[in-house]
Ligand binder design. Structure first.
Ligand SMILES: Cc1cc2nc3c(=O)[nH]c(=O)nc-3n(C[C@H](O)[C@H](O)[C@H](O)COP(=O)(O)O)c2cc1C
Length: 271
């Protein structure tokens, strides 16, 4: 089935097939998919070999967690299976499945996997700033970092990290006018992809992320969450950022919450 899905997507223009064995969601793991696959190494080998064989001209990459739980951290064995199957890169989230999203990601297992790897290793988990990206690259030796939640509502984070890694200095915050344009384009993509009605609902969480911590944003979000149409939602966003740009040429400093919630180390959660 996964081989068929890979072929289907390559036939429709996919340039890479990334297999997700990192998803911790119950509804996924209950059907032996996502991170549940890490418990069945022969099945991992079977899937990877079948997918690589199905799309020989397309790179196949794999995303995993460090293992199912602390007693079963088998990332090193999964790495070897992946390499032998022809997988071209491995992304690792520094939590076990048992950790869910709790505690803090650990990077020691990623470091061990990188030291043993012949393919590029991408470190992932709780990277939310240029400094953190640099620290994780240094401590793991990874070839790249992957960022998820910290980029929600903050897509310019990638260029900020790239700039910091290249120069050691920080970029200025993005102009408010640019954020307004980026968000309005993003909303148009959401409406197009999900349809206008579902799109308005889905867009609300993205608007919340973009406006988190900005002056007047709590009141704005309360108002915006009640607007039922694309036109009203778009207009409200446009006006919020136009008003913000009256007093701020660039994004003002915000008090954004840390990405990771809770301060229990992943190790303890898995215990
Ligand atoms: C809403 C949401 C959707 C995600 N979807 C995927 C996915 O489709 N494929 C995947 O490999 N990882 C997915 N992830 C996991 C992230 O890629 C990443 O491993 C995880 O969020 C930890 O990284 P972060 O701390 O930078 O967010 C998802 C995460 C979230 C929060």
């Amino acid at each position: 089935m996964m081989a068929d899905a890979a072929r289907y997507n390559v036939d429709r223009g996919a340039q890479i097939i990334d297999i997700n064995m990192g998803c911790p969601a119950k509804k996924i793991c209950n059907v032996m998919a996502g991170s549940a696959l890490l418990r069945d190494e022969p099945l991992v080998a079977e899937i990877l070999e079948a997918v690589v064989r199905a799309v020989p001209a397309t790179p196949v990459t794999l995303k995993i967690r460090t293992g199912w739980d602390r007693e079963n951290r088998n990332a090193l064995r999964i790495l070897k299976i992946a390499e032998e199957s022809g997988v071209r890169a491995l992304a690792m989230h520094g939590r076990t499945r048992a950790c869910g999203y709790g505690g803090e990601a650990e990077y020691e297992t990623i470091k061990q996997v990188k030291a043993a790897a012949r393919i590029p290793v991408i470190a992932n988990g709780d990277i939310d700033s240029p400094e953190k990206a640099r620290a994780v690259l240094a401590s793991t030796g990874a070839d790249a970092v992957m960022i998820g939640r910290a980029a929600q509502g903050r897509p310019w984070l990638f260029r900020e990290i790239e700039h910091f890694l290249n120069t050691g200095s920080h970029m200025l915050p993005p102009p408010v006018s640019e954020i307004r344009e980026v968000l309005l384009d993003h909303l148009d993509d959401v409406y197009l992809f999900y349809g206008r009605q579902a799109g308005v609902g889905i867009a609300r969480k993205h608007i919340s992320w973009y406006t988190r911590g900005l002056p007047g944003s709590a009141f704005f979000r309360h108002h915006m969450n009640q607007l039922p149409t694309v036109e009203q939602q778009r207009r409200a966003v446009n006006e919020f950022f136009l008003a913000l740009s009256d007093d701020n040429e660039r994004l003002p400093a915000t008090s954004q919450p840390e990405v990771a919630t809770g301060d229990t180390p992943c190790e303890e959660l898995a215990a």
